[in-house]
Design a protein around this ligand. Structure first.
Ligand SMILES: [Zn+2]
Length: 458
């Protein structure tokens, strides 16, 4: 086995050890205990980018864990050279029981999936190392103690480092995915909430009332949003993990989660369909955003559009062909009568009404206030062939509503908007499709306008 520890590196280790001990002694003078962190890395160098990235992640995890256990960190010291990074937390308080502190750090290590790569040491207020009395297992074979495998040079440095780097790389990727899915699903939830809270809205449920809907109110939307949003992270994750090789495999995955969301929604609303449309649109959107992040490490509009088109290819033809039963949905009946397929058509074509009209308008407004969002809803109502309108009326009413919406947008005033609200109430119209596209517009606006870059862990 090759000798990897050269004189210079040995020197670094020794210097490192001396510095570490000197630091611990210094802390003990003020009567404080310490917790130190370093990584258990075979060979040199120990400060490559991957190791440093992993160190930073574990450092924050350990710091949170100590804080969660109500230990007060007085100060942090960091030593870094080719022998690796060493970090020391000075724990405030001369009355600290160092053995209890050691138990706390042991729980941290036991719960860490890569515990064998991590060394957490505790020193009491006299700079004495508190030992757990347990010998750490070798992280590679898991059969012997780490010291035993090292002494007997059981595994080559290359094998150990390759093994370690692949585990660390997986860990960091997983961590990135989890952080991103928290972040992106929060944006999706915000978008849905902004749409529901927009008041007043024509014919739709809003904060002030139920519009034309007798079976729904504002609280019902809060309730169903709460239950469906619990699935947002899974949708993002599925997209993030999707290989992109065969897009026909994507829709069943999205539907699989979508059906669970519908079930949860109907259970919560006691059978009222409050958000089937948004479940479909947000489901596909979250999946495609996840896919874009995995592919490009960020959200890229053209990739998003192309993946939606690929996933929803022939959607209208396939969905309406399959269903020959008697109790057809609103959308199916409209398609039969007018050849218009509402949001399904939108999805199949890559959400053109959003990308050509509503998103540019919202970007231009660059605001999520009630006026900007109302204008965004108006442009959607002016452009979309909304099957929610068609189902309750006819083509001539839809065309009237489209032109009234366009006029209201171009001559925007409270008075003109009021006329539109009255028109919808009189004709019992509720532009649910436009409202769903408004949520997606807000979601895409937030994606582009807030810092949603991949957390840089490497
Ligand atoms: Zn071993």
């Amino acid at each position: 086995m090759e000798k990897h520890i050269y004189i210079k590196e040995l020197h670094e280790i020794l210097i490192g050890r001396e510095q570490r001990q000197a630091l611990r002694l210094k802390l003990s003078e003020s009567g404080n205990s310490s917790v130190s962190l370093n990584l258990n890395i075979p060979g040199f160098p120990k400060n490559t980018n991957y190791y440093l990235a992993f160190f930073e992640v574990v450092y924050l995890e350990l710091k949170n864990w100590l804080t969660a256990n109500q230990y007060l960190i007085q100060e942090e010291f960091r030593l870094e050279n080719e022998a690796g990074v060493f970090l020391l937390f000075e724990i405030c308080g001369s009355e600290i029981d160092a053995h209890k502190l050691k138990l706390t750090t042991e729980i941290f290590e036991e719960n860490h999936i890569l515990a064998r790569f991590i060394d957490v040491d505790v020193c009491d207020n006299r700079a004495n190392l508190i030992s757990s009395g347990k010998l750490k297992k070798c992280f590679y074979c898991g059969e012997f103690s780490a010291i035993d495998c090292m002494k007997n040079q059981r595994h080559s440095i290359e094998i150990l480092r390759d093994f370690q780097l692949s585990k660390i790389s997986n860990y960091l990727q997983q961590k990135q995915k989890v952080e991103l899915s928290h972040k992106i699903s929060a944006l999706a939830l915000r978008s849905v909430l902004y749409e529901i809270c927009l008041t007043p809205k024509p014919g739709l449920v809003d904060f002030n009332g139920s519009g034309i809907h007798k079976d729904m109110d504002f609280n019902l939307f809060m309730d169903s949003t709460s239950v469906i949003s619990g699935y947002f992270e899974s949708l993002f994750s599925r997209g993030y993990e999707f290989s992109g090789e065969d897009f026909s495999l994507a829709l069943p995955q999205i539907r699989f989660i979508g059906l669970q969301m519908e079930k949860a929604m109907f259970l919560k609303t006691k059978g009222v369909n409050s958000q089937k449309g948004i479940i479909f649109l947000m489901g596909i959107s979250l999946f495609c955003v996840g896919f874009s992040y995995k592919k490009n490490e960020k959200y890229i509009e053209i990739d998003f559009i192309n993946s939606i088109k690929s996933i929803c290819k022939n959607l209208v033809k396939n969905e309406f062909k399959v269903n020959t039963r008697e109790n057809k949905t609103h959308g199916e009946k409209c398609f039969e009568k007018y050849g218009i397929a509402g949001v399904r058509q939108e999805a199949e074509e890559g959400l053109p009404t959003i990308f050509q009209y509503s998103l540019p308008l919202l970007k231009n407004e660059n605001n999520l206030d009630q006026i900007s969002l109302t204008k965004t809803l108006l442009i959607l109502m002016a452009k979309l062939y909304d099957t929610n309108i068609l189902y309750r009326s006819n083509m001539s009413i839809l065309l009237d509503l489209q032109s009234l919406s366009a006029n209201t947008l171009h001559n925007f005033s409270k008075q003109n908007y009021r006329k539109l609200l009255d028109f919808c109430l009189e004709n019992k119209l509720s532009p649910g499709g436009a409202a769903d596209l408004l949520s997606i517009t807000i979601f895409l606006y937030l994606l582009e306008n807030e810092d949603n870059d991949l957390p840089d862990l490497t």
